[in-house]
Design a protein around this ligand. Structure first.
Ligand code: PLP
Length: 385
């Protein structure tokens, strides 16, 4: 749960710190809202991609988003508990989910099958549902062969006053590759699904297919709303936007806790995978893979120290990482930037490339237990004034 203290002035570092820049989230939201031809849903699942669901949601709502989206009902209830009153959609729940609590909290529910519809109808009256069609993922949503029947049953329940079908949703598997044939097929299937739903008597007013990539690249997919998650926190999944269009919102820093001088030929860390080529100074950073630094990045990774780049020396271990301080004059207590916003600081995209992970994986894996989370609102205030 997000109870991050508000960062006023940078205090002297006392330990690893993860800072979220809501000004970047605000700017990203404004950019995406400008690209979307319809409404904007801010997707804040997985704790807002590791940035704090409530803070990201509140910021996005203040800068152009009008809906919130999450995977699970508990995630939706967290937003309601924080006092957010915007429409919230939850789209991934087991059959025995707490549907009645969700409906009581005015959470919209995605429904993919007759079983799910029956489960919702079994314990609620008047739920607002979004029927979900598989538009090419073969992952979630009703198969086209089951769609017409799902629409008919939903319409019958609607006529009986038991449910309200307010929306329809799909998801595109290859939207980050604009030339991929799955995009046209997905759009066609969504249009067919809508016709079928209307033929059954349904009038879903919220119709949404596009996530971040399609919001940016494929206006034909926008319908009445776009659901964006990655873009809010600065990820451009298609890597087609000019650098800096979307801003990274997270900064991960830690102080050096030890510094030592080693001679050429000294090998470092588990497996001795790195050996000093010259006499150098090594710094110890108190963050490791248990805090979300991808171990697979060990060989290529760099960190920022006093405006310079320093290579990671040897394997990232569970709790700590050694860096080659080279010619810097860094001392114990000085700040190391593991992830920054650019300007020479290592970015999330670089960590993803060094490790072979997605940027999403890097961000959602970052520290919970041992990292102080701070939310910086200064940039947000500046952007509002
Ligand atoms: C995660 C998710 C999104 C957001 O996708 P991004 O590419 O992160 O914008 C949208 N819709 C659904 C169903 C999702 O699961």
């Amino acid at each position: 749960m997000s109870t991050a203290p508000v960062l006023q002035i940078a205090p002297r570092l006392v330990g690893p710190r993860l800072e979220v820049d809501l000004g970047a989230v605000a700017a990203n939201t404004r950019f995406l809202a400008g690209r979307a031809t319809g409404d904007l849903m801010a997707v804040v699942k997985a704790d807002g991609f590791g940035h704090g669901a409530v803070e990201v949601a509140r910021t996005a709502l203040g800068h152009g988003a009008s809906w919130l989206g999450v995977a699970t009902i508990p995630e939706a209830l967290q937003l309601r508990a924080a006092g957010l009153t915007a429409p919230v959609l939850s789209w991934l729940n087991p059959l025995d989910a707490d549907w009645s609590r969700a409906v009581g909290a005015e959470v919209d529910l995605a429904v993919s099958s007759r079983e799910q519809l029956d489960a919702v109808l079994g314990c609620t009256i008047g739920a607002r549902v979004h029927l979900r069609l598989d538009t090419g993922m073969a992952r979630d949503g009703a198969a086209p062969s089951e769609w017409a029947a799902l629409c008919r049953v939903a319409r019958a329940a609607e006529r009986a006053g038991r449910v309200r079908v307010v929306g329809m949703m799909g998801h595109l598997p290859c939207a980050d590759e604009p030339a991929h044939p799955a995009n046209g097929l997905g759009r066609t299937r969504f249009a067919w699904g809508l016709m079928t739903a209307r033929a059954a008597g349904l009038r879903p007013h919220a119709r949404h297919l596009a996530a971040t990539s399609a919001t940016v690249l494929d206006p034909l997919s926008h319908h009445t709303m776009s659901r964006v998650g990655a873009g809010l926190v600065g990820i451009d999944p298609s890597r087609r936007l000019p650098a800096g269009t979307l801003r990274g919102a997270l900064r991960l820093t830690a102080p050096l806790v030890e510094v030592r001088t080693v001679r050429a030929g000294t090998s470092v860390g588990y497996g001795h995978t790195w050996t000093a080529a010259r006499t150098t100074r090594l710094g110890l950073v108190p963050l490791g893979y248990a805090d979300g630094l991808p171990r697979l990045a060990s060989a290529g990774a760099e960190v920022g120290v006093a405006g310079s780049r320093c290579a990671v020396a040897g394997r990232i271990s569970m709790d700590m990482t050694v860096v080659d301080l080279g010619s810097t004059s860094a001392q114990v207590g000085d700040e190391v930037v593991l992830i920054g916003h650019g300007d020479g600081e290592p970015t999330v995209r670089e960590w993803a490339d060094w490790s072979g992970l997605l940027e999403h994986e890097v961000l959602t894996g970052l520290g919970r237990a041992r990292v102080t989370r701070m939310v910086a609102r200064r940039a947000d205030v500046r952007s509002l004034s």
